[in-house]
Design a protein around this ligand. Structure first.
Ligand SMILES: Cc1cc2nc3c(=O)[nH]c(=O)nc-3n(C[C@H](O)[C@H](O)[C@H](O)COP(=O)(O)O)c2cc1C
Length: 200
């Protein structure tokens, strides 16, 4: 098996935290599962609240897709707490300002924060999807730090140039970018530029 094939078969870690936009995390899990990935998922307590409030779902519902393993955030002995459990990448989606700050400052008390610390030390693809408005100066500083440390700050900022018709289209415009960052096929068709769309 080539190194590329080995990397493509590695599991992915996804944390959902208590920022608004649980739908981004849920859709990401659907797409990863559809791509055949083994996905290790952790939800913070606040993420569980937001998931219920925004989507009327509980964490167990997320395991309905194949390949999904759910861990508790307090489970600091889980495989995800060690860099010896090699991953294709780590994603925090949606990412609260609080979790982002903890990871930027190197605090690893919860499994989610530890996942972030491990992703930084192992230097594998690490994508954080913050959702906040407006951004505070500490949040901006923490995002800058993480970017300098090699992580990708991929804000939950949907795009409109593909003329989205539904909320799902908007969500996919963010999730598509996360999938591509992890080295998966895009979930949206290639964008051919404004010239092309004006000729339609
Ligand atoms: C309904 C709801 C929406 C929230 N939206 C956001 C948000 O968009 N961004 C954010 O950073 N925090 C948001 N919060 C606050 C976080 O949930 C809170 O800071 C929490 O302590 C984060 O913990 P966690 O990082 O462990 O998930 C929201 C909380 C609730 C209840």
């Amino acid at each position: 098996m080539s190194t590329e094939q080995k990397t493509n078969n590695l599991p992915v870690a996804v944390a959902l935290t208590g920022a608004s936009g649980a739908v981004y995390g849920v859709r990401l899990l659907q797409c990863l599962s559809a791509a055949g990935a083994e996905v290790h998922v952790v939800l913070s307590d606040a993420a569980r609240l937001v998931l219920k409030e925004e989507m009327n779902l509980i964490s167990r519902d997320l395991a309905d897709h194949s390949g999904i393993v759910i861990h508790k955030n307090g489970e600091i002995g889980a495989c995800l707490a060690s860099g010896s459990f090699v991953l294709r990448g780590t994603v925090i989606c949606p990412c609260s300002s609080s979790s982002l700050g903890m990871i930027a400052q190197g605090v690893g008390e919860t499994l989610i924060a530890r996942m972030g610390a491990v992703a930084l030390k192992e230097r594998w693809p690490f994508v954080l999807v913050p959702r906040e408005s407006p951004y505070s100066t500490p949040l901006l500083e923490n995002m800058k730090l993480l970017s300098l440390y090699g992580a990708t700050i991929l804000p939950a900022s949907p795009s409109f140039y593909r003329q989205p018709q539904t909320i799902e289209d908007l969500v996919d415009s963010v999730v598509d970018r996360v999938m591509v960052k992890l080295g998966y096929e895009a979930i949206l068709p290639d964008w051919q530029g404004l010239d092309h769309s004006s000729k339609k």
